[in-house]
Design a protein around this ligand. Sequence first.
Ligand code: ZN
Length: 345
Amino acid sequence: MKKVTIFGALTLAVVLICFGVYMYAQNGASDSANFKEPTPQSVKTDVTITLHTDDETTKVQEKIGDFYRNLTIPTKDGKVFAGWYTASNAGERVNWLNIVPENDTELYARWVTVKENAESARGVPVLMYHWFYDDPKNALDGNWYDINEFKKQLQYLSDNDFYFPSWDELDAYIDGKLNLPPASVIITDDDAMESFINLAVPLIEKSKIPVTSFMISIYGHDYKNTKYIVSESHTHDMHRPGADGRGRMVNESVDVIRDDLLTSRKTIQNWTKKRQGLDTGKVEVLAYPFGHYNDTAKQALSAEKFKLAFTTEYGRVTIGADKLQLPRIRMSDGEGFESFKAKVD
Ligand SMILES: [Zn+2]
């Protein structure tokens, strides 16, 4: 009799608990029905860009309002790629500096012959600046450059529709796989020093002309960057003399240089991670400190997959050039506007 009572009480308890859970679940369900989350408005962030060559069609995704980042450089036997255009027979050339529109877009490849490419190639001037001054008494040596001259030069490049190739484009140009407009120029600045940051960067942002900053990554760089600055390497800690008084780049072993290059790449990638803009964070381009290089340095660069490296030898980058021994055009303060024009035209 007693057992039955306990059994009965237990059964009743189980039934009550189950009922309670059932009611709770029902209330929960009706609550969530009453307080329904509003459906989020789906915001379209990507568009599809369809790339047509004569032989094939490929699609890439790009972010609306950002620069084009995924345009390819196609190849074709006997031809040289001459850019993506907005129409198959006319239209505008679209490159990495164009802003991705809100609608899906079709782009069409244009080609020239190998002969036409060779005949039109004039070499690409890669300009080399260092530090800037706005007061002549701060012009301590030839590495200091008048910021007002720089401003006029940016204006000239902008007014005359110069083309600013990306590093990938220059790489393909050297291989003879990309035709660039005759008026093409790349601007670089070494060291990322305060005067560059304070005086030049605001002008660069305003002009919307991309400039590569070769950074010595062991130095902290505490400035608000613009998306028009492309950050590449001037080594991490090789920008000082080694045992024989020349740069460390020509004094250290392959392993030591490789370590430095890796650290530089990681440091610059971390520094640029939060930024939007041109910098793809690959860090595959280097300017040799003091222009010093040798075969050991080049071996280390190849091992770490650096694609292009610049010396301070004077000249334009031509088709077939040694990619780890590229020349630049040094900018000399006080050279005058005609001299600048001769360098870029
Ligand atoms: Zn330097």
